[in-house]
Structures are given as C-alpha cells and as structure tokens.
Design a protein around this ligand. Structure first.
Ligand SMILES: Nc1ncnc2c1ncn2[C@@H]1O[C@H](COP(=O)(O)OP(=O)(O)O)[C@@H](O)[C@H]1O
Ligand SMILES: [Mg+2]
Length: 504
C-alpha cells in the first residue's frame, strides 16, 4: 500500500482579517512631543516589552500548535491505515457484516468511521454520513488517492483521513475531532496573552523607575536653581560619585559661583559707593549747617541758594541711606531684630513715629491684642514711607487701619487720591520707578526707592505689600504681616541680634 498523500487545508474558517485602525505617523510624533521624558521612557519601555513578549508568545504558540497537530496527524494516519487493513481483510471473507465490522474497529475517543463499498455508504454514527465529508477529499479518495484534510463540522475542528481500499472495491474514511486540541491551544493562548500583559506592565514600571532614577539629578539641579533664584546664592550641588553626572554638577556649581560672585560684587560696589559718599555728604551737611546758622547775614539770593542746597543734600543723604539699606538686602546681610509686640500698639507707635498724629487709626478689636514678632524699626520705616508718599502724592493720609486676615494682620494706609493707575500698581514697587503722579505733585523730589524698600522690609518679615483702590479715588496701601512667619527662618537671624548699622 504505497499511496501519495494529498494534504489540503480547509479555507472556510479563515477569511482575510479586517484591517484595524491605522496609526498615522504624524499623530505619534505630535503626541510624543507633548509627553515628558519620563512618560516617553515609560511608554518606550512598555512598548518594547510588549513587542518582545508578543513575538515570544507568537513563536511559542505556533511552535506548540504545529507540534501538537503533527502528533495528532501521525496518530490519526497510523490508526486509519491499521483500520483500513483490517477492513480489507474482513471484506475479503464471504458475506461480511459491514455494520458489525465498523463497530468492532479500534478507534480513538471521538473518532468516527465512514465506509463506502460499491456505491453503498456505511457509518458508525448517525451524526456523520458521507455528506458531512469534504467533497474534494471524498472525490480524491474514491478516485484512488489517499488524502488528509482539516475541516470544520458543526463548529468543531476536525481531521479526516481517507484511505482507498481498491482490492475490495471500498474506501475508508476516519474523522477525528480536534476539539481537545483547540481547547489546549486556547488555554495556551490565554496563558501567553496574560504573560505578555504582565511583561508589558513590568516593562512600563521598570521604565518609569529607571527614568525616575536617571532624572533624579535633574530634579536636584532644578531644586538647587530654585533655591538660588529664591536668594540663597550659596546653594550648590553635591559632587556625587557618578562620572557622567559629576560633570553636570561641576558646571552647574561653577555657573552658580560665577553668578554669586557677580551679584556680590555688584552689591559690594553699591555699598562701597554709598559708604564713600557718606562722609563727604556729612561734611557738606555740617558746612551747610554752619551757613544756615548765619542765614540771616546772607543776601537774599544766597539765602535761597543755601536753602536749596540744604534740601538737595538732605535728599541726597536719604538716597544714600536707601541705597545702603538696599545693598544690605541684596547681599543677604540684612538682619531682623525681632520684638514681640501687640499689633494695635505697633500701628499706633508707627503712626506716631511717622508724624501722622492727627490721623484716624481704626483698629479691629479682634486683632488689636494679637502678638506679632517684628523688627519695629523696619515696620516704622515702612509706615513712615507710606505716610510720606501719601503726603507727597495724595494730599495726606486719610486714615489708617488694622484689619484681620487669615493667618495674618493687615496694616492699611489710605490717602485722599487721586490713586495709582492700575497699570502702575505693580511697577511702583520697583527700584527707581517713579510714577506719573510724582512729577505732577511732588515736584520731582522722590528717588523711586521708597516703595521698593517698603517691599523688601515686608518681605523680610515673610509678608507682602500691595496697593488697591478704596472707596472713591483713594489708595489703600496694604501691608500684610503673617502671625507666625516661618519664611527663611531655618537659618534666619535669632531675635535681638541687633539691627544693622543705624542709618536714620
Ligand atoms: N500714595 C500715593 N499716591 C499716588 N502715587 C503714589 C503714592 N505712593 C507712591 N506713589 C507713586 O509711586 C512712585 C514710587 O514711589 P516711591 O517708591 O516711594 O518713590 P518716590 O517717592 O521716591 O518717587 C511715586 O513716584 C509715585 O508716582
Ligand atoms: Mg517715596
């Protein structure tokens, strides 16, 4: 029995798979540019793990499938040929009982037999007859060619082997169910799919972790930069032992050194210049004092000149004092000499010191006795500056108030207007900024440093200052002081350390 085997695959169950949604490259690039580095690394790791595990799973699945099917096919062929031989010898005997013969065949569980003899069909099961067999295979086998084919019967994968037995004018077909194989493969596919998902997630988690580690130095750089920007010029990065990163740390630190040196040099310059100006100014001022003493002996024009000179020298001295104060703030050597005071008392004293005695001071009862820890000298200068400005630009102070705020108290200095234009409300706190009103009313006597100093004093206390419009055309300059300020206190000055050089 030497027969060529025709192996044919049923094509009914596997039509062309529908094309899924397609990625367009542009979408991906646009999306990628919006993601951060960490997200990008995470996605890349996840996708890499997915691709790898998909390839591995696919290879494993198809190898296993091929192996199982081959095994099954070999077993099926062997059994079909054994049975065909048995049938041939049985049919040679006179008057064989074909139904009984089929029933006595040795079959695998789930396999069914169909026999054709001289145009007559016999089957072991009523669920399967010759019509269930694939037509081409049936024709091939009846024409004398043995054949093997996979096909689907009632939703179940089947394997049929057809063996012609020409010597007794018969053809033998045996159908093997592949339901168990399909089940095995399904479980395998599920397991592989689950493994791929786990691998992908693990890949993404690894990517996130690795990128977090890789980016940690950047986070440190950014924190150091923030610290420096916040005014702590001596913040530096640790050396670390990673050769790749120490270059970054070194160049960052070098940049910070250069920056610090430059800023300090500028601050030193301002402070040196101011100091140098002070003694000639003092001499000038005392000489003018002598002249002023003899004012009455001078001719009228000289008297005018002396008065003018004296007011200018006073202004000059004020400016130098302000510059010194500012350079101390810039160099970080400004120190708070803190005292515990009651908020109400603080405002009353500051108002008196600013020469605003006749002004109404509304003190909110809920915060009047609130204790504050402040540098009284600085708060008095703040109030004095605001009062002087009100007198210079807004017809004097209309009222002062102490108001409650969440976690803070507010000292308010209100004036008679005409108010600061909304476009100028932030700028008037800048150094040397002199607003539009200064020319009109004050006669150009300001330096533009007053409010910037006010802002610095308040900032040293962890508070803030701003101007808002009150009822009508008045300004309200609001100084908010926190009740418990922690700002920069970690290495801040201890209370009562003594104020910096008295310059008033
Ligand atoms: N109470 C006020 N009303 C209107 N404008 C003001 C008032 N206080 C300050 N300004 C404006 O803010 C500018 C800056 O004030 P300041 O820093 O004290 O500098 P200076 O008084 O030396 O001009 C002033 O030139 C003025 O135009
Ligand atoms: Mg001023």
């Amino acid at each position: 029995m030497t027969h060529a085997l025709v192996t044919r695959r049923s094509t009914t169950d596997n039509g062309g798979a529908a094309a899924g949604p397609r990625w367009r490259r542009g979408d991906w690039v646009r999306r990628r540019s919006r993601l951060g580095v960490r997200a990008r690394v995470t996605v890349t790791f996840g996708l890499g793990a997915l691709a790898l595990s998909a390839v591995m799973a696919g290879l494993t699945y198809f190898t296993a499938r091929q192996y199982i099917l081959n095994e099954r096919q070999t077993a099926a062929l062997r059994q079909a040929y054994v049975n065909a031989t048995l049938i041939r010898s049985s049919l040679r005997s006179p008057n064989p009982d074909i139904t009984q013969l089929l029933g006595s065949l040795d079959t695998l569980p789930g396999s069914l037999s169909v026999l054709e003899r001289s145009g007559q069909w016999y089957a072991t099961s009523i669920s399967l007859d010759e019509a269930s067999l694939p037509l081409r295979l049936r024709q091939d086998v009846l024409a004398g060619t043995p054949a093997l084919q996979h096909f689907v019967l009632q939703g179940t994968a089947q394997l049929v082997v057809g063996v012609p037995v020409p010597s007794v004018n018969a053809a033998y077909f045996e159908v093997f169910s592949l339901a168990d194989v399909a089940r095995t493969l399904q479980v395998l596919a599920l397991a592989l799919g689950a493994a791929a998902v786990v691998t992908t997630v693990a890949g993404a988690v690894t990517g996130r972790w690795a990128s977090g580690r890789a980016l940690r130095p950047l986070a440190e750089v950014s924190a150091a930069a923030e610290t420096i920007a916040g005014g702590q010029l001596d913040a530096r990065l640790g050396a670390g032992d990673d050769a790749d990163l120490s270059a970054l740390a070194t160049s960052f630190n070098r940049m910070a050194d250069a920056l610090q040196e430059r800023i300090e040099r500028e601050a030193r310059f301002t402070s040196d210049v101011s100091h140098e100006l002070r003694s000639p100014l003092t001499t000038l001022s005392s000489a003018l004092g002598v002249l002023h003493w003899h004012r009455d002996e001078l001719p009228a024009r000289s008297r005018q000149a002396v008065d003018l000179l004296q007011s200018e020298v006073r202004r000059f001295q004020g400016m130098v004092d302000d510059l010194l104060e500012i350079s101390r703030m810039d160099s970080g050597s400004a120190e708070l000499s803190l005292d515990e005071v009651e908020a109400g008392e603080l405002l009353r004293q500051a108002a008196a010191a600013a020469g605003a005695n006749g002004v109404a001071v509304d003190i909110d009862a809920s915060v009047a006795a609130q204790r504050l820890s402040v540098d009284k000298r600085r708060i008095e200068r703040v109030v004095a500056n605001l009062v002087a400005n009100a007198q210079q630009y807004a017809g004097g102070v209309s009222r002062m108030a102490l108001e409650p705020a969440p976690g803070a108290v507010r000292l308010v200095v209100a004036d008679h207007g005409p108010g600061v234009a909304p476009s100028e409300r932030d700028r008037i706190f800048e150094r040397f900024y002199r607003g539009l009103t200064s020319g009109r009313r004050g006669g150009g006597h300001g330096t533009g440093l007053g409010l910037s100093l006010v802002a610095e004093h308040v900032r040293l206390h962890g508070g803030r200052v701003w101007v808002e419009s009150g009822a009508g055309r008045e300004n309200r300059f609001v100084v908010e002081l926190p009740l418990h300020h922690t700002d920069g206190d970690d290495d801040g000055p201890p209370p009562h350390r003594g104020a910096d050089g008295g310059d008033e």
